[in-house]
Ligand binder design. Structure first.
Ligand code: NOJ
Length: 550
């Protein structure tokens, strides 16, 4: 690992309550996760991102906390959590947790106190107005499930602001005490041993809400303050944020002080995510090439986090309506697969028709593009979704460990499970599970293990510079390269179904015995970099040269 561990990390995102249940109550727990750390270590994961772990009424899957200084008793105790950090550390795995501080649950004692009286010490921790704001029906994040962003609270006799659901009142960031409290929360978890945070809803945290102004100003200085604070407490801690905004607005989230990022270390690359979906749907790399060209240059130490799937719907809102419809037509043909008019509530394997070659191509492409790859649990075995479940729950079903009842996730009776396991069809647990794939060297799981291991041999992807190789290519083929102090890698990905031949001879002068390090099949040896064969949905990761200076 380099000095900046997060640049060469492989992040695995999971929700403890659907991962593994150790005590048979139907809910996954920390001890269950501890028992699966060896699985994650073998997969090659170097960092786990845990979806919210705090006590919560769970009306938004934990993104509605009632106590930021504890773990939800359904998941275990703080003692279990400390043990998890220790056991993960023993295996070289870091842990980061979701920091959901744009809002609290309306059941949080702070809000309960705030609403009870204008004199409450917590009143000003939330955002209140006396009169109904004219823009209260604007800015909803969950259209259809949410009607407004300001709701009237009868106890408080005032309107409070909530960017998300009504039960998630926004904290007031212009209040110094709130800012200090957030820092205290980060100190607490860093002290316990987490390696950083995934910051939920960053643009809304720093929003200084003004009633009647749907474009309220943002206080980016809070991010600088938070970065400084976190770094003083733990020098190698990272801030990985969700900021789904236009690319030209992103640099200010990273910050720049003398050429180095001084706010967030990493941002999820939502733009690339949408473009990847469009490229896969069209079998044409152009949208990815555009994304590589359009993304802003990053200051030193700043890094993208790439992903194909996460715990939310695939958000296609950065595409044009026409482009979005192309993706819908290809990957979400039924209305029931759509969400909020902008997204798809499916997992990748099912979107790609369970076509193994297509799934490999998509993930090989994601993992070879610049940035730190983030993988959602279950994707490594090709899990599907359950569209009979509400909204985003469709893609939050329990991990499928084995052929045993409840997919080996829990020994509780099926009706007690936190969410039903997928037990029917091509994605049912009898067909898709870890136990079966572990035994099969040709399984998707075995492929992921190999692919992730290959990353260790290609640090240029995480730490180097990635660019499009702009030479004529057959239709459907993306050629890109990653250059770093350790050398140069070239990547070919065929998004189309036709077998083709590719000419990369422009790289010949730089090449030093080029070799394939990851391919979809056995191709003839690389040789001269001209006439390279590439199958439909095929890919080749080629080491062009290695530098011995490092
Ligand atoms: C973004 C999270 O990813 C999503 O799951 C959650 O519902 C909202 N933020 C609100 O916290």
């Amino acid at each position: 690992m380099g000095d900046r561990w997060y640049q060469e990390a492989v992040v695995y995102c999971l929700d403890i309550d659907t991962f593994e249940d150790s005590d048979g109550d139907g809910v996954g727990d920390i001890r269950g996760l501890i028992g699966r750390l060896d699985y994650l270590a073998r997969l090659g994961v170097t960092c786990i991102w845990l979806n919210p772990i705090h006590p919560s009424p769970n009306k938004d899957d934990g993104y509605d906390a009632t106590d930021f200084y504890n773990v939800d008793p359904r998941l275990g105790t703080l003692g279990d959590f400390a043990e998890l950090l220790h056991q993960a550390g023993n295996r070289g795995i870091r842990v980061i947790i979701d920091l959901v501080v744009n809002h609290t649950s309306d059941q949080h004692p702070w809000f309960q106190s705030a609403r009870s009286s204008p004199d409450s010490p917590y009143r000003d921790w939330y955002v209140w107005v006396e009169e109904a704001p004219p823009d209260r029906h604007q800015g909803m994040v969950f259209p259809g499930e949410q009607n407004e962003t300001w709701s009237y609270d009868r106890t408080a006799k005032a309107w409070y602001y909530h960017r998300f659901y009504k039960f998630q009142p926004d904290l007031n960031f212009s209040n110094r005490k709130v800012r200090d409290e957030i820092k205290k929360i980060t100190s607490f978890w860093l002290q316990l041993g987490v390696s950083g945070f995934r910051i939920d809803a960053a643009p809304f945290i720093i929003e200084l809400t003004e009633p009647g102004n749907p474009d309220s100003p943002k206080d980016f200085e809070f991010l600088t303050e938070l970065r400084q604070h976190v770094q003083w407490r733990r020098a190698d801690a990272v801030l990985l944020a969700e900021a789904n905004v236009e690319p030209d607005q992103l640099p200010v989230y990273f910050g720049d002080s003398g050429g180095s990022a001084n706010r967030l270390h990493m941002l999820f690359d939502f733009m690339l995510n949408g473009r990847l979906m469009l490229a896969l749907a069209r079998q044409d790399p152009e949208p990815v090439i555009d994304a590589l060209r359009d993304t802003p240059r990053l200051p030193a130490g700043a890094q993208w986090a790439t992903f194909l799937r996460n715990h939310d719907e695939i958000d296609l809102s950065r595409l044009t309506a026409e482009q979005r419809n192309e993706v819908f037509a290809q990957f979400g043909p039924d209305e029931n697969m759509h969400l909020y008019g902008r997204g798809i509530r499916r997992r990748l394997a099912s979107m790609l028709g369970n076509d193994r070659r297509h799934i490999e191509l998509a993930y090989a492409l994601q993992f070879s593009l610049r940035g730190t790859p983030v993988l959602r649990y279950g994707e490594e075995i090709g899990m599907g979704e359950d569209l009979s479940l509400r909204g985003r729950e469709a893609i939050r079903t329990p991990m499928q460990w084995s052929y045993k009842e409840n997919a080996g996730f829990s020994s509780a009776p099926a009706e007690k499970l936190v969410r039903p396991v997928i037990d029917k069809g091509d994605f049912g647990y009898e067909k898709v599970n870890v136990t079966a794939q572990r035994r099969d060297p040709r399984s998707l799981l075995a492929w992921f293990e190999r692919m992730i291991r290959t990353l260790r041999e290609a640090p240029e992807i995480g730490s180097g510079t990635t660019s499009h190789i702009d030479v004529p290519m057959p239709p459907g083929v993306l050629a890109h390269r990653a250059d770093g102090p350790t050398g140069t890698m070239a990547f070919l990905h065929n998004l189309g179904t036709e077998d083709v031949e590719v000419d990369l001879s422009t790289l010949q002068p730089e090449a030093d015995l080029p070799i394939d390090v990851l391919t979809d099949r056995n191709y003839p040896e690389v040789g001269k970099l001209d006439s390279l064969k590439l199958a439909g949905y095929g890919y080749r990761w080629i080491r062009v040269c290695r530098s011995t200076d490092v």
